[in-house]
Design a protein around this ligand. Structure first.
Ligand code: GLU
Length: 475
């Protein structure tokens, strides 16, 4: 009798189970795909020459691996858009450098914290520096629309700071905010500490004024409806595991550390390095350049920009060697040892030549070389997007001096949402090419025996005025 009862209860339970809706974890597993809504920014998710990258992409990728499914990451074009996607249950969760706030917490289930950040008030060096919250009343402030910082400012205003005003910018990447402060259009921007650290090398005149409040948690948010219990549990166990085994710390290091990015190196440092580091590789560079019918000064300038002529250079994103080749590019170019200087130089030279060949025939020298270098840094797809933007803006997509103005726009959602390949670190690509041109001209100049001093360069020789107006002036 006892046995029969147990069997009946079991059958009943199985029936019940059969009728109930699958929970979100089951749905992920049966579709074989984890759908994550994110936003394009250097700290979250974007495409670079190694493919999709960014902290959130890496973290969500590890979870997908753990669950045995594929990762499908989609970009939203505003912070509000991220939460609207969750409302519609169009994603399993949001992973976008999102801060845990009171208002969001009341509406959305969230994961354990996987990073602590501090909101920072940023100002332009040489202008008035506020030291505490009371000082920012009456100043012009910009924040991302729908951000945790807008929420914090609203709370301060309700708390009695009646003269507090701010502008909310409809972007998903805080670079737009930094641009506004850099140009003097706004006095202050409020952005997360990790975002400021990553972008600071592009804006050397911007400084942290003070921290707005204390440390906050970065979390993943889940849709407000549906049965998310088990998914949430697996996420929290996963985060806990990554915290314990040190993976999370290395991801922080890899993606949030102060990247040198592509920053400007002074002519003097370059000239010093040219005398100190170049001699052992000069003949090799000349030989490889001759094989590919390239000006050796150009190849040397690219190699310096890539690795400071260090054949053993490696980066956490997996590019290595004197020409910092990705693994797929190296394979394509027949390089089997990326740390071998000759192989790396040959691979890089060949790759650059391939890119040049693939550019439309009506792009002439020297623009052809500068555009090819931009593609070498950012990828052909993103360069093509920048050329489309150039045309939309009334510029000439065959000319570097016009395309360079469009490249930084690939970081702004109002532009990149209408492109084929989306967000890209366009400002870095523009700087990359300008740096190479700068080194190239010094190398050429020095190579003429009677010229031992620095060439008489004017900034506009390598920094077109229009670009200086964007942000490059600060570089
Ligand atoms: N962490 C911010 C938020 O959750 C977004 C990034 C920023 O505004 O700096 O709204």
């Amino acid at each position: 009798m006892q046995r029969l009862l147990t069997t009946l209860t079991l059958a009943w339970l199985i029936m019940l189970g059969g009728c109930s809706q699958p929970d979100s974890l089951e749905r992920i597993q049966s579709r074989g795909e984890l759908v994550v809504i994110s936003r394009n920014s250097p700290t979250t998710y974007y495409l670079d020459k190694t493919g999709p990258t960014g902290f959130e992409y890496a973290l969500a990728g590890l979870l997908a691996q753990e669950l045995g499914v594929k990762l499908e990451m989609r970009p939203a074009f505003s912070l509000d858009g991220i939460f609207e996607t969750l409302q519609r249950e169009d994603a399993d969760f949001a992973a976008a450098g999102l801060t845990l706030t009171g208002q969001r917490q009341a509406l959305y289930p969230h994961s354990a914290s996987y990073y602590e950040l501090t909101p920072q008030v940023v100002y332009l060096a040489g202008t008035y520096r506020p030291r505490e919250t009371a000082d920012i009343e009456d100043m012009s402030i910009v924040v991302l629309a729908g951000s945790s910082h807008a929420e914090a400012l609203r709370a301060l205003k309700q708390g009695g700071m009646q003269n507090l005003t701010w502008r909310e910018i409809a972007e998903v990447d805080s670079m737009e905010l930094l641009d506004l402060v850099n140009a003097g259009t706004a006095q202050l921007a409020i952005i997360d500490s990790n975002e400021f650290t990553v972008q600071q090398s592009l804006f050397p005149r911007l400084k942290r004024a003070f921290d707005l409040g204390s440390e906050q948690d970065m979390v993943w948010y889940l849709p407000p409806t549906g049965d998310n219990q088990r998914l949430l549990q697996s996420i929290d166990t996963f985060i806990d595991q990554l915290q314990r085994d040190g993976t999370l710390a290395s991801l922080h290091e890899e993606y949030f550390a102060n990247t040198t990015g592509v920053s400007r190196i002074s002519s003097h440092t370059f000239t010093r390095n040219m005398h100190k580091l170049l001699p052992p590789y000069r003949e090799l560079i000349k030989r490889v350049a001759a094989e590919y019918q390239m000006d050796w000064h150009l190849l040397a300038a690219v190699a310096y920009q890539e690795s400071y002529w260090n054949p053993l250079a490696t980066s956490p994103t997996g590019v290595r060697g004197m020409m910092m080749l990705t693994l797929p590019t190296a394979r394509e170019m027949g390089v089997d040892d990326r740390l071998d200087a000759a192989q790396s130089l040959r691979g890089g030279a060949r790759y650059l030549k391939n890119i040049k060949r693939r550019l439309p025939g009506d792009i002439h020298e020297p623009d052809r070389t500068w555009l090819a270098l931009a593609a070498y840094n950012i990828g052909m797809g993103h360069l093509e997007d920048a050329r489309v933007i150039t045309e939309r803006q009334g510029g000439d997509p065959h000319l570097w001096r016009d395309v360079i103005k469009a490249l930084p726009l690939l970081q702004k959602s109002k532009h990149f949402q209408n492109t084929r390949y989306g967000y890209a670190r366009g400002l870095e690509a523009a700087t990359y090419v300008q740096n190479i041109r700068h080194y190239y001209s010094i190398l050429e100049w020095q190579d003429i025996p009677e010229n031992k001093a620095l060439p008489p360069m004017r900034a506009e020789d390598y920094l077109p005025a229009a670009v200086s107006n964007v942000s490059l002036l600060a570089l």
